[in-house]
Design a protein around this ligand. Sequence first.
Ligand SMILES: [Zn+2]
Length: 165
Amino acid sequence: MDKYQQSQKNKLFKTPAHDPYCLPRVEGSAICSQCGAAYQAGNWTWKIPENTVIHDAQSMICPACRRISDSKPAGTLTLSGSFLLEHLNEIINLIKNTEEQEKAEHALERLISLTDSDGALIVTTTGIHLANRLGHAIEAAFKGHADYQYNDDEYGLSVSWTRDE
Ligand SMILES: [Zn+2]
């Protein structure tokens, strides 16, 4: 896909191409001093490929840890409806298990917090992919209805899920 096609695709889905927290791109290698994630060949990972030696890695804070300390989620899910209160533990377990899987593959996709707000559960994430995956996992497991809204001006995704009865 060339740059033009890429920009058309981005317009179509209204998904900003880059997380501003990932910019500017780091030169060389780095290690996050908070979570230990490593930056190598343009990606943040948990595991450095074998036989790779990181030379002169800079110590810095990774984009996910910065979002957590700034309380600036990229993804927000708002879960509501009477079904939620009756199945709260199952839903929270699904959210945590889904995060474990996503985070293992993508070091920057993490949960920030789960907060109770007037009978709704607000879930915030460091990445939009985790928010998207959580929305689909909840729909697949518990039915209900989810709505996905990509922000136009700021990099982010808001998911609203609800199920009554
Ligand atoms: Zn980190």
